[in-house]
Design a binder for this molecule. Structure first.
Ligand SMILES: Cc1cc2nc3c(=O)[nH]c(=O)nc-3n(C[C@H](O)[C@H](O)[C@H](O)COP(=O)(O)OP(=O)(O)OC[C@H]3O[C@@H](n4cnc5c(N)ncnc54)[C@H](O)[C@@H]3O)c2cc1C
Length: 407
């Protein structure tokens, strides 16, 4: 029974806001507590697969998203030194034909703003800024969210959507023990009109090479070029969206790569760098009336481009479970039951893709041809991606496996 149930969400990122919207649309009362002083997202893009666009469209956001997205016709793989190109798979119409929904690229700030507006349209004062969460307490039939400024907010459910460094995860399960992967991700944006035409085709491009790989694609109706480059190096271990590097440093990491790569790096105004840390999937996300979603419970390497997609799926499945089961721990057990296997598989698949993209065989051009032919053959590609896009969070089974003991 939904009436009067109050859900307290820590974090107004993509995951927290999707959950808030899905819950508000079902009649829950929702409060979202965000540590930042203003709402916004960093300058970077997301790839959004059919599995996540299905959820976003089901939440009534199709028209707003279509006005800002870029629709790739397909994806391709390119070899780091020669630039040789292979088709990876078709997107565009074929994603809609196969999965019913598009695969699109979107500026993070655009998607974030669409979610903020949709949440506020249903509850104008749902999002509280300058509100850093420090912990929670389970209390009888409900839970209490503890804020740094001393506020204690009570509700029936607490949701930690507070990202990879989640304070609620730490409170619930203790400090995590991430391991540095030995990889650093560079990212940056370039206004599309600063790049040559041949780099502006509407395809997602994945350069692969020994010790690194690069992904680039267009955003915002094709006006912005998004660049993410991952390199194996062990001298940078800060996991943050806001640490700047320089184009020269980025160029040094990709010395010897194709001229197209050098052209793009030369146009990056302010590249940022992020150390990629690996974490084992968690087998439990909930304690009593509190649970986690998104990067807070399944942080992943970005090599399947599904981190935000998983957070979006979580938000909807959590709302469906809370609507279906009156007893909160039962609802949270159903939520975990529906989600943990899938998200663990994504986390493991992403790590595997990293090894595939950076393989040392690629340093030898003759062997590289054979390596790509084998690793990216149609059947293997389908095995790696089809299950990701086919998933239907709007309809996946949410049977309660059992009523679990609560801590
Ligand atoms: C280089 C790179 C490329 C990526 N590309 C893709 C891609 O193409 N497609 C894709 O699907 N995913 C991609 N991802 C993954 C994606 O960025 C994340 O999985 C996604 O942002 C997770 O969303 P979230 O809402 O769980 O967490 P976040 O986006 O981190 O949001 C957490 C929110 O909680 C707030 N917060 C944190 N702590 C507190 C606190 N104590 N109190 C209150 N508020 C708090 C934060 O300020 C933030 O607003 C990429 C990641 C990287 C590193």
């Amino acid at each position: 029974m939904v009436a009067g149930k109050r859900v307290l969400i820590a974090g107004a990122g993509i995951g927290g806001l999707t959950a808030a919207l899905a819950l508000l649309r079902r009649g829950f009362d929702v409060e979202v507590y965000e540590q930042a002083a203003s709402l916004g997202e960093i300058g970077a893009g997301f790839q959004v697969g059919a599995n996540a666009s299905r959820v976003l469209f089901s939440l009534g956001l199709e028209e707003q998203i279509r006005s800002v997205y870029a629709l790739p016709a397909g994806k391709e793989v390119r070899l780091w030194n020669s630039g040789q190109t292979w088709k990876l798979f078709d997107l565009g119409d074929s994603s809609v034909e196969r999965y019913g929904f598009p695969y699109f690229m979107v500026h993070r700030a655009d998607l974030h703003a669409i979610l903020v507006d949709a949440v506020r349209a249903l509850k104008a004062d749902a999002i509280h800024l300058n509100s850093r969460i420090t912990g929670y307490e389970n209390a009888g039939d409900g839970a209490v969210l503890l804020l740094e400024d001393g506020r204690r907010v009570t509700g029936e459910v607490v949701v930690g959507a507070d990202g990879v460094h989640s304070a609620l995860r730490r409170e619930m399960f203790g400090a995590s023990d991430p391991s540095f992967t030995g990889c650093v991700a560079w990212r940056g944006l370039v206004p599309a009109d600063r790049l040559p035409q041949h780099l502006l085709r509407p395809v997602g491009t994945n350069w692969i090479g020994p010790g690194g790989h690069i992904v680039h694609y267009l955003l915002r109706r094709g006006e912005i070029f998004n660049f993410v480059a991952v390199v194996e190096r062990d001298d940078w271990t800060v996991e943050s969206w806001t640490e700047r590097g320089s184009a020269d440093e980025c160029a040094r990491d990709f010395a010897g790569w194709h001229d197209d790569v050098q052209t793009i790096i030369g146009e990056l105004d302010a590249p940022y760098k992020w150390a990629l840390l690996g974490r084992e999937p968690m087998m439990r996300w909930s304690v009593g009336n509190a649970t986690l979603l998104g990067d807070a419970c399944h942080p992943t390497l970005p090599f399947l481009a599904q981190g935000a997609g998983m957070a979006i799926e979580d938000g909807l499945v959590l709302a469906r479970c809370l609507e279906a089961y009156d007893d909160v721990p039962t609802a949270l057990a159903a939520y975990e039951g529906a989600r943990i296997d899938r998200t663990s598989r994504v986390v493991r698949g992403s790590a595997e893709n990293g090894r595939r993209f950076h393989n040392n065989t690629l340093s030898d051009t003759a062997q590289a041809q054979h390596y790509v032919d084998v690793e990216w053959q149609e059947k293997k590609v389908e095995e790696r991606y089809d299950w990701l896009f086919r998933y239907d969070a709007t309809n996946v089974s949410i049977d309660a496996p059992r009523v679990r003991e609560t801590a």
